[in-house]
Design a protein around this ligand. Sequence first.
Ligand code: ADP
Ligand code: MG
Length: 407
Amino acid sequence: MKFSDYHISPLIKQQLEVMGFNKPTDIQFKSIKHILEGEDVMAVAQTGTGKTAAFAIPIIDKLENRNRKGYKGVRCIVMVPTRELAKQISGVFNEIGKRTSVKTFGLYGGVEQEQQIRTLNNGLDVIVTTPGRMFDLISQGHLDISKLEFLVLDEADLMLDLGFMKDIQDVLKHIPKKRQTLFFSATISKKIKSLAYEVVSNAIRIQVSPKNPVAKNIDHAVAFVDMDDKRFFLENILKEYEDKKFIVFARTKVRVERVHAAMERVGVKAEILHGGIEQKDRFAILDRFRSDANNVLITTDVAARGIDIPTMDYVINYDLPDDAENYVHRCGRTGRGNKRGQALSFCSEAEKELLEAIEAYTGEEIEQYTITKDEYLDILNDSDDGSNNWKKLLDQSNKEDGTEDEW
Ligand code: ADP
Ligand code: MG
């Protein structure tokens, strides 16, 4: 089936054609019809499979066709975990709905409120929000959601993990009982399942490839590297593949800063993104990364959740994630749409348990990248980091004495 065969507004179809969307992806094929029919949906599908358009297309169509009956408030709220995602997803709504009258706005904190109030007063249909600012504006009387028709939770599982549960319940207090509720994520936990059934009437559960949550078009490898040596391996890869686009994950903000400092010391250009960075800088950092002005982004799980940059070549797990589900989300920053991507993880001795947990969760063994002792020492030796001196090498070879040749 093609989009041209759908019973949706021709204004949407024309725009999808311009965007190069001819055929729906699996999850779009399975969700759009149910959403058009007015059903509640809980959809789980792998990263990069077009979940955004799976809810945006039918919502825009319904909003375009439905009479407002004098109601001036917002008709759809999409709740997301980060401001970056709010910006990205409101962009997708505005692009798909470009020829329609449906207007979407990313509403989040960290920016001036006055301009947002003016935009709200001009009339909006959809807001994509990290809900803090939205509640401020509701309580100040600038935002009416009393006749809301759609509530969407994207990255639904993370929304709960981040403690958005109370926000979700607060939103529920302000909106009609009769509405459509939609949940989308690449991973689903028991927690989100029970929440979903708490807030929806009869959710249709749609799951694409339930057994393996990892996107199919990503090649995975793991290299066993000592914790203290990881930076030399990262330096080595980043210097070897200078023209490629990398997203590098570390476990915490502090680790992100440290990895960045280590790369700066050896002359590798990179930028960082995490929740501790000022909002205006965060958007600029992501824009530079999107536009190839910067090709290496070192970041955390939350900061990069859901981010769609189709040209991403490599995901590096500098640290393995504590939570196996995050492995899926991290690797999912590459291999988007029908592009292939590669994910490489650095695993230290202490992280082997995490690796096992990831393999148990995904149900697949990750290919081990074998580094011979000589290669390993060469990589340390090639580093431009002055602290990697003869003593370190000596320690290294002593440590290796009597062990097998491969790590
Ligand atoms: P997900 O939320 O599932 O991780 P996104 O909604 O971010 O995925 O979409 C991933 C990429 O696929 C985006 O770059 C988007 O433009 C593209 N895409 C989505 N649907 C289609 C389609 N039907 N045809 C072609 N490309 C698509
Ligand atoms: Mg998404």
